[in-house]
Design a protein around this ligand. Structure first.
Ligand code: JJ1
Length: 443
């Protein structure tokens, strides 16, 4: 059922991959088509100018009505315009890679979008310039027209023209063939709102007040680190060093942040977009020992839990009773009914073994001792991230299980979600990777 993917340079499900490398070699410039991939009758390509207010509004509307939903169609990502500017325009961005499709019926309606960024990715021993593909979205009413493969072919053609022959992308769905599959985890901050909206359930035999008490955050219960404060411009060089060292030591696949400018773009705090904090050493003023960040990605609540409970209700005979129609008409959806989710972004602390652990007597077990230290440190910084997100009024703190995230999930009361994030490469073969080896976070 993957007719399109069968034609693409991606591994098949049963391929045995022995060593890393491309599916096909780089394509010489004169062999790359110079004409845009043809669209079916009734559609036309456009480049989206994200700094044009009207065009941004069109993009925001397309995504907020048609982009990713959970499997029960209860929530849909609601990427905000200021977030999209941040996500789509890092330093050096090629604006030709903000690709739209419009109708030619006179309405000029934007009905499709796909975006690419250029990033340096380290996979095992190789560093490759790749396209990071994101925000592929087609209007719901046109899902049968097979436009997505055309958008993918067009963005591929454009990165080929720029001398890039590999890409990385993620999806909630499984297509051929992921190199990693990571489960989503959620830590309630406002449990009442989450239960009321159907995002989570009140466990059997639990009262709301006990649930609220269970998720209450107390600073004293989080292991102490140094002084936690918002990241500022002058922290950028130290944070870049920490981040690079951390990703390199703790993962097998991650973005390489080559310049301070990149780190400034991705990590300096922006209200309602990205929140980054540093930990300053208590004894050595100015020395940063750790940092952590998260971003705001609200989800629209598409139907309330009572409707779903109705739908799921099973009558005494074991047959489905009433089926309440799903409220999918966006006009019946109150745009103010949002879950404000914080998503864990980058974090890091010094991964080196502490000097004090490296005594001759400890030589044999310093590795385990150091792992224990990293675990404690991670719990502490992510615990502080929860505190900050709570202070900023977020409803839930989300992450996917990758990098060192499994070290804090239980201790900090994260619970497994029903979603999974699949990681893919285009034209790059690599063996399946463990979750903890994945160090790339996509927005
Ligand atoms: O948000 C997600 N699931 C929620 C809501 C589920 C509603 C019913 N389907 C969820 N809630 C339970 C939370 C609970 C809190 C207390 C502890 C136990 C858990 O599980 C899921 C992720 O889990 N989200 C999605 O499915 C959205 C799609 C994810 C794929 C995104 C792909 C991005 C691609 C672009 O790069």
């Amino acid at each position: 059922n993957h007719e399109f993917w069968k034609t693409q340079p991606v591994p098949k499900a049963d391929d045995v991959i022995k060593k890393d490398g491309p599916v096909h070699p780089d394509i010489p410039f004169d062999k790359i088509p110079k004409e845009k991939v043809p669209l079916p009758e009734g559609y036309i390509w456009c480049n989206l100018d994200i700094y044009n207010k009207n065009q941004m509004k069109e993009l925001y509307t397309l995504l907020s009505l048609n982009y990713v939903e959970d499997s029960d169609e209860m929530f849909r990502f609601n990427y905000l315009p200021e977030f999209l500017i941040w996500a789509l325009d890092p330093p050096g961005q090629n604006h030709d890679w903000h690709i739209g499709v419009r109708k030619t019926d006179g309405s000029d309606e934007l009905v499709g979008f796909i975006a690419g960024l250029e990033i340096d990715v380290k996979v095992n021993e190789t560093v490759k310039r790749m396209a990071e593909i994101n925000f592929l979205c087609i209007n719901k009413s046109l899902r049968k027209q097979r436009l997505a493969p055309i958008l993918i072919k067009e963005v591929t053609r454009r990165f080929h023209l720029n001398g890039i022959f590999q890409a990385v992308y993620t999806a909630g769905i499984r297509i051929p063939t992921p190199f990693a599959v990571c489960q989503y985890f959620h830590r309630p901050l406002n449990p009442k709102k989450l239960v009321d909206s159907g995002f989570s359930r009140l466990p059997l035999g639990m009262t709301m007040s006990r649930l609220v008490a269970n998720y209450k955050l107390v600073q004293d219960q989080i292991p102490k680190v140094g002084i936690v404060r918002e990241m500022r411009k002058h922290d950028v060089p130290q944070v870049r060093k920490l981040l690079s060292k951390y990703l390199n030591a703790r993962s097998k696949m991650h973005q390489v942040f080559k310049t301070d400018e990149m780190v400034s773009h991705w990590l300096l705090p922006q209200k309602d977009v990205v929140y980054t904090y540093v930990v300053e050493d208590m004894k050595k003023a100015g020395k940063i020992t750790d940092f952590f960040s998260f971003y705001l990605l609200p989800s629209s609540i598409l139907k309330n839990s009572s409707a779903t409970n109705e739908k799921k209700h099973v009558g005494p005979a074991g047959k489905k009773k009433t089926i309440v129609p799903a409220i999918t008409d966006p006009l019946r959806t109150n745009p103010n009914s949002l879950i404000n989710s914080a998503y864990l972004f980058y974090y890091g602390s010094n991964p080196e073994p502490a000097a004090s652990l490296l005594t001759p007597e400890n030589k044999s077990n310093f590795k385990e001792m150091n792992e224990a230290k990293i675990k404690e440190r991670t719990i502490s910084i992510i615990g502080n991230a929860l505190m900050m997100a709570k202070k900023e009024n977020f409803d839930v703190f989300n992450c996917v299980k990758l990098l060192d995230n499994e070290l804090f999930l239980d201790e900090l009361k994260f619970g497994g979600g029903d979603g999974y994030l699949h990681y893919y490469f285009y034209n790059w073969l690599t063996k399946e990777m463990e979750n903890k080896d994945v160090g790339l976070t996509m927005l």
